[in-house]
Design a binder for this molecule. Structure first.
Ligand SMILES: *Cc1c(COP(=O)(O)O)cnc(C)c1O
Length: 340
């Protein structure tokens, strides 16, 4: 093993606005460990310190670092209607005395009334964010372009906008934010046999894997697909990791063969609650009193159960699951979650 990189020194090269106030807890799930026959731990990134917590707090540190370095007074960001990212960005903007423009995309068909009014939508309104909508949900470039049009208008009004891009061809500042997350877990837990994380944009998965590898941790990291199927997500992870290696200047070979993605819990699709999602969510709640969210973390936990059933993760192994937050969306999924 090569010398672990000095991650802090490397990250100090990038403008950063601190939004995390401390390391997040790592807890052992005793009852689930017993029930599943593994040694199961959870990293509580649902307890990051901004608004209702979640993984976007880490990701936003470097976006806001750059935005403030550029003198921005307004940030623009796009996401699903129940996006945690846009809500967290609006909270960070409020905390830093900036304004926010949130663009909500129609990514999930057939949703009920609460999806459009409660959960993260309500929170973002309370935060005073400006809302726009975008008619389609699978058009990253188009969604980014619409943000740029709004940014141009703001500029004409004398404001200084900063766009947080969704598209993959921009510097992976969100992934950069998760590198210290991986390093933090490594310090907290020492050796383990497998980690299980959600894999959406790939910022969390890519940054977390990188932080672990750069700290010398070699255990497999399984990315559970929440948005795209396995082949698409694998290709996306290669891009994210290639860009992150470029940005931080490490050898991409260190992470490229560590890409593991699994899509057995994705059905019926992004943001839609299938039976394995619902079962995982209630199992965690009823066994450990911990709430998962319907879009990402319930699927991630369903993924862990699937990997265990397939024998990829074995009985007796020490496993860490990353809880990335998202619980406000529970209230946006009221109709979909309520037992009939
Ligand atoms: C955004 C989000 C994810 C996915 O993270 P990516 O970095 O986009 O892959 C996972 N969990 C929650 C709760 C999220 O809000």
């Amino acid at each position: 093993m090569t010398d672990p990189m000095n991650i802090d020194a490397k990250l100090a090269e990038f403008p950063r606005t601190r939004l995390m106030s401390s390391a997040t807890p790592v807890e052992r799930l005793d009852r689930l460990s017993h029930r599943l026959g593994i040694d199961l731990w959870i990293k509580r990134d649902d307890l990051t310190s901004l608004s209702f917590g979640g993984n976007k707090t880490r990701q936003l540190e470097f976006y806001f670092g750059e935005a403030r370095q550029q003198g921005a007074d307004t940030i623009l960001i796009t996401g699903a209607v129940q996006s945690n990212f846009v809500r967290s960005a609006a909270a960070a903007a409020a905390k830093l005395g900036m304004q926010s423009v949130l663009q909500l995309e129609e990514r999930v068909p057939g949703m009920g009334e609460h999806y459009y009014r409660s959960g993260n939508v309500l929170l973002a309104q309370l935060l005073g964010a400006e809302h726009m909508s975008y008619p389609v949900g699978e058009d990253e470039a188009g969604a980014d372009n619409a943000l740029h049009e709004r940014a141009d208008q703001l500029r004409a009004e004398g404001r200084t906008p900063y766009v947080i891009h969704l598209g993959i061809n921009h510097p992976p500042l969100g992934a950069l934010g998760y590198v210290p997350g991986g390093a933090e877990l490594n310090e907290q837990i020492g050796d383990f046999d497998a980690a299980v994380v959600p894999s959406g944009s790939g910022s969390t998965h890519g940054g977390f894997l990188t932080g672990l590898r750069l700290s010398g941790q070699t255990a497999p990291v399984y990315g559970i697909c929440v948005r795209r199927d396995r082949d698409q997500q694998h290709a996306r992870m290669q891009k994210v990791l290639g860009k992150l290696a470029d940005l931080m200047q490490f050898d991409p070979a260190l992470v490229m063969n560590g890409i593991n993605v699994w899509d057995g819990a994705l059905a019926p699709g992004y943001g839609q609650v299938g039976s394995s999602t619902r079962e995982a969510l209630t199992l965690m709640a009823r066994t450990e009193g911990i709430f998962l969210d319907p879009v990402y973390t319930a699927k991630t936990f369903a993924g862990l159960l699937g990997l265990l059933a397939e024998g990829v993760i074995h009985k007796g192994q020490k496993v860490v699951v990353l809880h990335t937050g998202g619980q406000p969306a529970l209230f946006g999924y009221q109709e979909e979650l309520q037992p009939n």
